[in-house]
Ligand binder design. Structure first.
Ligand SMILES: [Zn+2]
Length: 460
């Protein structure tokens, strides 16, 4: 058993891991559309898109934006969304408004839209905005224009092919992964949101081209899936990894399970790209969460992923105590830039300063809540998962077959189709602190596209 100070030291070292052991600079791109903060799920709803704008304000306040390439993505279209989602569901999202919803009662029920996932003004545009950062980010990674791409507005991991779920309508994580699969044989999805990454797991449950790894509270908790015994099906058997947890996870225990599992995955699976969902509802004091992580514990996972130096799409996700979400994603932006040592605990003045009282500090303090995850329990689950990983064929021999997807088999993958690369490049000289000025209407489309068009693909 490690002492508290030993554990604290290890976390600090883990946050620093990308720096002391690896001096390679990472080119970091950042997708942000200030409009995202203008959408409201409705009064009293815990999901508040405003938190993404608060994050951006801190990223600017700490001068981190100067080290980033900031983009405002061109909007994702309904066509882009139907690479994963069903046509009738996307059509419905496009059509439904608070004014006409009375005429769509059956469909509201069928697509699970109404309560947790309400209809609100601009719903479709909201989905298009958060999705475009994930598809655009993946596309930018594919074209090797950056090493890390951040989209804090994304990470809506619960959405299903034909169903909204858990505040999520369009699953940008799945769409980002599909984009990455155009150039990478294997993609690893990592989810540190407190909730199980069910929508992403389900989309890729039958393929070995995507490995999903989720750490989540399990047992009488939304969405109810993510048992350690759920490991995938068919070709995908063994490629879904679930780490079920109890209340009160703290930094030391979280980092102590995250590192060996990820190390084993990197060794056995060797992904070509990573999608990291950084849901901040696993932090201490979250309105809906029950873990006890500080920013450092959460960010240690991000730093550890970064240390492998694999193209990585970093996404947001849950997080319902807004001020802490903004703190967390700002700090993680700094970690990804290897600038976290230059980020003072005293928050810079910013337009949402009043949210951060009474202390106005960056870092947050865990509570003294009990950690219900005993060392014995964690040791057992870790052993089970390492056994699962080591029983897999080392580096599955899937090959990208241009023009044919028959060997890939997952439902989502056969729906892969060529799509234009979208990303509106902000003029570097225009990378200014004012949120309004990040906008740039110019778009350019990548003409290079090594992926066959859907017509050439062998769709089952
Ligand atoms: Zn969540």
């Amino acid at each position: 058993m490690k002492t508290t100070s030993q554990a604290r030291k290890e976390i600090d070292e883990t946050v620093d891991i990308g720096n002391s052991q690896d001096v390679t600079k990472r080119r970091v791109s950042y997708f942000f559309d200030c409009e995202v903060g203008n959408y409201h799920y409705g009064q009293g709803h815990p999901m508040k898109p405003h938190r993404v704008r608060m994050t951006h304000s801190l990223v600017v306040g700490y001068d981190l934006y100067k080290k980033l390439e900031i983009f405002r993505p061109g909007l994702a279209t309904a066509d882009d969304m139907t690479r994963f989602h069903s046509d009738d569901y996307v059509n419905f999202l496009h059509t439904i408004t608070p004014d006409n919803m009375g005429n769509y009662l059956r469909q509201l029920q069928r697509f699970n839209v109404g309560e947790d996932c309400p209809v609100f003004d601009g719903l479709f545009e909201f989905c298009a905005i958060y999705t475009s950062g994930s598809i655009g980010g993946a596309s930018r990674l594919n074209s090797k224009k950056c090493d890390i791409c951040i989209n804090w507005a994304g990470g809506l991991h619960h959405a299903k092919k034909s169903e909204a779920s858990g505040f999520c309508y369009v699953n940008d994580c799945v769409l980002g992964i599909l984009e990455l699969l155009k150039t990478h044989e294997r993609v690893l999805y990592i989810d540190i949101d407190i909730h199980h990454g069910d929508g992403v797991e389900e989309a890729f449950y039958t393929t070995n081209r995507v490995m999903t790894l989720s750490f989540h509270k399990f047992g009488d908790y939304f969405p109810g899936t993510g048992d350690v015994r759920d490991t995938g099906y068919g070709e995908g058997k063994g490629y879904s990894i679930n780490y079920p947890l109890r209340d009160g996870m703290n930094d030391a225990t979280f980092v102590s399970i995250f590192k060996p599992i990820l190390r084993a995955i990197m060794e056995r699976y060797k992904p070509g790209a990573v999608v990291l969902q950084c849901g901040a509802d696993s932090l201490t004091g979250d309105r809906l969460g029950c873990f006890n992580l500080s920013l450092k514990g959460h960010a240690a996972c991000v730093a550890f992923v970064r240390s492998f130096n694999i193209p990585t799409l970093v996404l947001g996700g849950g997080g319902y105590t807004m001020r802490n979400v903004a703190r967390c994603w700002t700090y993680e932006t700094a970690v990804l830039l290897n600038q976290h040592r230059n980020v003072a605990n005293k928050l810079p003045f910013n337009e949402y300063y009043e949210y951060f009282g009474p202390d106005y500090n960056l870092h947050i303090t865990p509570t003294n809540m009990t950690n219900d995850n005993s060392d014995e329990y964690l040791r057992k689950v870790t052993q089970t998962l390492l056994k699962q990983l080591y029983s897999l064929e080392a580096v599955p021999g899937v090959q990208i077959q241009t023009g044919a997807t028959s060997s890939m088999t997952p439902k989502a993958v056969v729906e892969l189709e060529s799509s234009k690369t979208r990303e509106s490049e902000a003029d570097p000289d225009e990378r200014t602190p004012a949120i309004e000025r990040v906008e740039d209407e110019r778009e350019h489309y990548d003409t290079k596209n090594e992926i066959p068009s859907s017509a050439e693909m062998d769709v089952e």
